[in-house]
Design a protein around this ligand. Sequence first.
Ligand code: FAD
Length: 513
Amino acid sequence: MATAQHYDVIIVGTGAGGGTLAYALAQANKRVLLLERGAFLPRERENWDPHAVNVENRYKAKETWYYGDEAFKPSIHYWVGGNTKLFGAALFRLREADFGKIRHAGGVSPAWPLGYDVFEPYYTRAEHLFSAHGLRGSDPTEPPASGPYPFAPLPHEPRVQRLADDLEQMGLHPFPLPIGVRFGENPGRPQAPVILSLFDGYPDPTKTKADAEVCTVEPALATGNVTLLTERLVERLETDAAGRRVVAVHARHGDAYETYRADIVAVACGAANSAALLLRSANDKHSDGLANSSGLVGCNYMCHQNATFLAISKEPNDAIFQKTLALSDFYGPTADEELPMGLIQMLGKTTAEDLRFESPQPLDGMTYDEMARHSLDFWLQSEDLPDPNNRVTLNQQGNIVLHYTKNNVEAHERLTNKLKSMLSAIGCHEHMIPVDYYLGTQFPFNLAHQAGTMKFGADPQTSVLDLNCKAHDLDNLYVVDASFFPSVGAVNPSLTIIANALRIGDHLLERMR
Ligand SMILES: Cc1cc2nc3c(=O)[nH]c(=O)nc-3n(C[C@H](O)[C@H](O)[C@H](O)COP(=O)(O)OP(=O)(O)OC[C@H]3O[C@@H](n4cnc5c(N)ncnc54)[C@H](O)[C@@H]3O)c2cc1C
């Protein structure tokens, strides 16, 4: 089926990047078609059921990818709102230094082709769009900002406040973790911790979590300028005979095939799927995949060195929502350490159900219920470096194959050892228990923070996208998700994806004038 309707812009994917671009264009009365392979995530009892979410993987993609020859189920989410439907909504800006070249234990993190100053106004808009709660001036490595956070930080519950006090006693600078929740002016309202108890890694049926569906897709649809078609899997982009313009977007809807057309096409399927879509769209003029004259489509996959650890507090941790604290003292070079390590932040609290499923070694005869009651849950994140051999390719059946070898591991090991060395001083037993249920992968990479498969830059030989995230090789194809990152820093990526989508939105509005 081919539709007669012609749009200004077709956006493929409704996650952090695609949803935000739709929002930006819809506000300016552009006719936008949003094509999303997923459906609306149902608001149902299972949204807050740890067994359904973490054991049955109810909301994860039902697909098979490959790591080399080994098949696996990717831990990602195909819904309106993309991965943000289950994200933790930690909304960090990259540090100013992340835009420059940084020397790491494992190599060099390259400079971005644009500086932090270009992104700053968009970060501010992104924080407003996603209702960020935080406290300017409290994070010792935060970059300069043109205004305060739109909302005050969420208060610590007592055990987390004690953790903050202990860290300060050690001369460190814990700060309120910036987080996107739609509490408006009243972050301390009594029901807040209850709504947030199963928030990080879970869908939120109350729509309090600032995800891409509620913050961008819903308001975009409300303008009347956007058509959203769900359960449309875009399989191929077709170009004109010269190979310079995308002229058709081919999608599958159940067993039916549909074709859509627009002046401009923006791909925002997430870093792995966007690269896969361009590789699948190879044709006579683009024999190695669309926009791939550099040979770099799919290359430089990054995902952070991430790890989740439970520390077992000597006193119970009754916090319902503990994801209110972060620590960036070890982020960049410090007085003691010449090389960066990364960011430590709190995570949503583990449940006994998660532990039964994961079955880590119980601590000193404790039951899983006791361990869950006493856990302080930490998320440790260090930068991984772009490597062209870490990449997405397709096998002969057209399935995604990931090639990834960990790098810069030393930074992550040093960060882990830092936390270990503090356990006693923060009132915990001397064990850090690694758990995997949050990331859901047995492989050396994770998919949650995937980025970098089509880096942006000024030179068509060394980058896939230009400075406006338009493919160098085509006149009307943009990529507006995490693919464009030339390096990934060590902060969570979404705020940067959102800020960049707002930036590209401004560029497209200028182009369409
Ligand atoms: C459990 C979890 C916790 C996280 N916590 C945080 C956090 O606290 N802070 C943070 O910054 N980040 C977090 N992240 C990461 C964050 O969710 C992602 O970085 C972000 O959503 C990526 O945005 P994106 O636009 O690149 O892709 P996505 O948000 O993944 O959106 C891609 C969209 O494209 C659709 N799609 C894919 N292929 C096709 C196709 N061929 N045709 C049509 N549609 C398609 C998908 O269904 C999806 O809707 C977390 C992720 C997970 C999984």
